[in-house]
Design a protein. Structure first.
Length: 183
């Protein structure tokens, strides 16, 4: 066996592990908690998600952007609240400005085509790092959306019931008039 052939794969594996281990061991850099991570709505509803962000490290952490994934194509995330309400950075732990919240972070609109059920594989990620151009994932929160069927309001049900009653009464009256004159 050629010793050069053995060294090359070992060097490649060690190099790959050296690149991946820091990523695997890196946990959340900031603390991120959603106020209500599980919410319920019917098709056409928009749900607001608020959260608290804090920096447990000794360095300033920049909150540069966000990303998300949802379990269904009829759940639409709008991250405008994060872009407007989240600070550009969090000061080091213990300093003024090291935490913020609860603040509006994102909304989820349930499309009219939504299928009732509970969707739990939804994630909101905050990205940034130790400088204003970093885009590392700083923290991730899972959120759940339960889509319910639309239940008519009591006034709508009463109006529908009244309409059905008048239609039935009119049909009965027509039958009586038609029935009396045919013999």
């Amino acid at each position: 066996m050629n010793p050069k052939r053995v060294k090359l794969p070992i060097v490649a594996v060690v190099g790959l592990l050296a690149l991946l281990l820091p990523l695997a061991s890196q946990g959340d850099v900031i603390n991120f908690t959603l106020t209500e991570p599980s919410q319920t709505g019917s098709p056409g509803t928009t749900l607001d998600f608020l959260g608290t962000l804090s920096n447990p490290t000794a360095s300033t952490i920049f909150l540069n952007t966000d990303s998300w994934t949802t379990a269904a194509i009829f759940l639409h995330v709008d991250d405008t609240p994060f872009l407007v309400n989240a600070p550009a950075s969090l000061a080091p732990s213990g300093d003024v400005g090291s935490s913020v919240g609860p603040v509006d972070l994102f909304t989820v609109t349930i499309d009219l085509s939504a299928v009732p059920g509970t969707y739990t594989s939804n994630f909101f990620n905050i990205q940034g790092g130790t400088d204003a151009s970093a885009s590392d994932t700083l923290a991730t929160q899972q959120f759940a959306i339960t889509v319910t069927t639309t239940v008519p309001e009591p006034g709508t049900i009463a109006l529908l019931g009244t309409g059905i009653t008048f239609v039935a009464a009119g049909a009965r009256r027509r039958r009586r008039k038609g029935g009396l004159g045919t013999t």
